[in-house]
Structure formats: structure tokens, C-alpha cells
Design a protein around this ligand. Structure first.
Ligand code: CA
Length: 398
């Protein structure tokens, strides 16, 4: 029973309560929490200044204990009959609001934590070699990305231009990417930072991470394959990264933790698991509305806690709003591949969609939507929202 009389199996009931930033026409952006298909205006609901600003950062910086108290307060507001008269006017239908980038992105790091994805790409990019590089099972591989081009779901994505070498050509050419791809990922958002010189142990993950969002790491494969040796991804990845408008707090994921896959060899001590720190999330990828994949997050080799520990083990600091991506979520077979390069075997086996269209990589006008759910209490599932983006031709106005 809530102020909205939501059905028990709602993806966005009181066991979820993801945070975002919204505005109504003519009003400034401010923090809200999603309840069903409504957003609750938190600043007046809780009479709290932290929610008046245009990002979640002030609230995220307050830490875990405060986050838990606020969650309890919101649940009370939504479930106590005597609050109903006060709460209902502060609930706005989602179709009447605009959703904004929910947090100021600090540093952005993207990992490569799926063994299946890394092996699939290794076979394509380095044929004849071992699929995984010698370091892969010893550390979560990642790179520092471009936080300034992280955009909220719904933002048009312009096809990047750049330099690439066509197959068989001796010299590179310049032009729009011909092999624009997606990477279905989960993003982890730091709430409480850590100072320079103090690594975050695997067991301290929940002290620092606020919650998660969905992330699409748009990837120009032709630019990437020409530029990535020896320093890794650069312009093939940095033109845009889309994130979902809702950040799901860790408290909502209490039923989603699971043991990660068995690791061999055993990682070094600073990467040892501290409990079941894998996540059982079910992702779905849609291309122009057609379901093309269901990547299973539980198959990820490295946990988000290991990623954070590795990212800081050299003494690097973290800040409120830092974002790190999991890397493409891919399962063991094609029903769960999180990128088109895997789904189409590097473009050699095009996808045939139910409407008769055929795709290798993305065409202008294509729309990609990544959504996900997680287990909740009593067998229900909670929704992690969705991240969507439509490809526009290079330079086309947004
Ligand atoms: Ca990626």
C-alpha cells in the first residue's frame, strides 16, 4: 500500500526508490525519487535543502547512514495513510517532467570485467593469439574516459568522425565511423570519496559507492581498432557515453548480491572477495524496439568492489560523482552478448530483426535501449530504468 496504490509487483515500488533529477516546464531541475510512473519532489517532501539543487551530488556526499535514514523517511511518507494528503500533490507523472543528468560526473573510468566479452573481442582483434591477455585474470583492466561527454538517456548521439584504416588499405582515411557499436554496461557512482594515498579495500565498497545506473559506452570500432595500440581506447570511445536517469541506491539491491564466478588463478590478496559481491542483474538490449540480447550481469568475472579496490590501490583518490563502468556485460553465448560486434561476429553474421531489417553496426536513426531489473524482496523484481539513445548523422543538430 502506497500513496499511489501501486501493485505489489511494480518495478518501482517502495523497495526500489531510485534517485534522479527532474524539472517541470518553466521550473529549475531538482532531485526526485521515482515511485511507479511518478516522481516525488523530495525537497518539499522532506523539507531538505540537499534536494533543491540540480544534481544528486550534495546528497550522495553525505554518506551511507544518511542515505539509509532518507530512504526510511521516504518509505514512511509513501506508506503511512496520514501522509497521503501531503504526498500526493508532490507526485508528478513522469510524462510531465524532463529528466536530467542525475549527477555531476567526476572522473570516469571504464572497466572490461566480462571474461566472455574480453575473450570474444580478443579473438576478433588479435586472431591467432590467446583470447585473453596475460594480465586479464590478475587485474580488472580499465582506462580513464571522458567524463565531460557523459550524457543522460534520450540525448541524441551523433555518429563520430575520425581516422580509421579500411580493411586491406595501407593508409588511414578520415570520415564518419562505419562501425558504430554499443556496449551494454552497468555504471557505479561514488557517493563518499576517498583521500589521496588511501586505497579503498574490497570490503569497503558499500562505504563509498552510492548506487548504480545503466550505461551505454558508444564505441566506434573502426576508430578504436586503428588507434588503441599501445595506450588503449581514445577517440573511438569519447564522443558520448549515455547513462540512465535513475541512480538505484545500494539499499535497493539487497537481494541482488550473489557469488561471482569461480576465479582461477586466485587474484592477489588486495583483490580477494569480501563476501558475495557479484550482482545478479538481468539486462536487456533493444534495437529499434526489437529485443536482441539479454546480458546476465551475474556472469561478470570481476566485481564492482574489486574494480574500486584496483582503481585506488595505487593511492589514487576518488570523489563524489566519480563514475566507473563495468565494461560490456556479455554472457557465455549469443543470447547474452552486450555489443553488436559480438552479436554479428564482427559484422560477418548480420542480425535479422523481426521487421525484416538487417544490421551489422548502427545506422543513422537507429535507437538503442538498454534496460535491466534486479531481484527484490519476496520474489518481486525492481527496475533499474533504461538508457536510450538515437544515432544522428555527424554534425546534425541536436
Ligand atoms: Ca566499455
Amino acid at each position: 500500500m502506497t500513496a499511489l496504490d501501486l501493485p505489489q509487483d511494480s518495478l518501482y515500488g517502495v523497495d526500489n526508490l531510485p534517485y534522479g533529477v527532474f524539472s517541470r516546464p518553466g521550473e529549475t531541475p531538482r532531485v526526485g525519487v521515482r515511485v511507479g510512473d511518478h516522481v516525488l519532489d523530495l525537497a518539499p517532501a522532506l523539507d531538505d535543502q540537499d534536494f533543491r539543487g540540480p544534481t544528486l551530488n550534495a546528497f550522495m556526499a553525505r554518506g551511507r547512514d544518511r542515505r539509509r535514514r532518507v530512504r526510511d523517511d521516504i518509505r514512511r511518507l509513501l506508506t503511512e495513510p496520514r501522509q497521503r494528503g501531503r504526498v500526493v500533490p508532490l507526485l508528478h507523472p513522469l510524462r510531465t517532467v524532463r529528466l536530467h543528468l542525475p549527477f555531476d560526473v567526476g572522473d570516469y573510468v571504464d572497466f572490461y570485467a566480462s571474461e566472455h566479452h574480453a575473450a570474444n573481442l580478443g579473438r576478433m582483434f588479435r586472431p591467432g593469439s590467446e583470447p585473453l591477455t596475460p594480465n586479464w585474470k590478475h587485474l580488472p583492466i580499465g582506462y580513464h574516459g571522458r567524463s565531460g561527454t557523459v550524457v543522460v538517456s534520450g540525448t541524441p548521439v551523433a555518429r563520430p568522425r575520425g581516422q580509421y584504416r579500411p580493411p586491406g588499405a595501407a593508409a588511414p582515411v578520415f570520415g564518419p565511423s562505419q562501425r558504430l557499436d554499443i556496449e551494454a554496461e552497468v555504471g557505479f557512482v561514488v557517493g563518499t570519496g576517498s583521500p589521496l594515498g588511501q586505497p579503498v579495500p574490497v570490503g569497503a565498497f558499500t562505504d563509498h559507492v552510492f548506487g548504480l545506473c545503466l550505461l551505454n559506452d558508444w564505441s566506434a570500432r573502426d576508430l578504436q581498432s586503428w588507434e588503441y595500440v599501445p595506450l588503449g581506447p581514445f577517440l573511438g570511445k569519447s564522443s558520448a557515453t549515455s547513462v540512465s536517469p535513475w541512480v538505484v541506491p545500494l539499499e535497493a539491491l539487497a537481494y541482488a548480491w550473489t557469488g561471482p564466478p569461480e576465479r582461477s588463478p586466485e587474484p592477489l590478496a588486495y583483490l580477494a572477495d569480501a563476501g558475495p559481491q557479484g550482482l545478479d542483474l538481468g539486462l536487456e538490449v533493444r534495437l529499434n524496439g526489437h529485443l536482441v540480447s539479454r546480458p546476465p550481469y551475474a556472469a561478470m568475472y570481476w566485481t564492482p568492489a574489486q574494480m574500486l579496490a584496483h582503481m585506488t590501490v595505487n593511492g589514487a583518490s576518488t570523489r563524489t560523482g566519480d563514475l566507473y563502468g563495468s565494461g560490456t556485460v556479455s554472457g557465455p553465448d549469443e543470447t547474452g552478448y552486450g555489443s553488436l560486434i559480438e552479436l554479428t561476429r564482427n559484422g560477418e553474421q548480420p542480425l535479422r530483426l523481426p521487421d525484416g531489417s538487417i544490421r551489422t553496426f548502427l545506422e543513422d536513426g537507429d535507437e538503442i535501449t538498454i534496460s535491466a531489473t534486479a531481484p527484490g524482496p519476496g520474489g518481486i523484481r525492481i527496475g533499474l530504468g533504461e538508457v536510450t539513445g538515437r544515432i544522428t548523422s555527424p554534425g546534425e543538430g541536436t
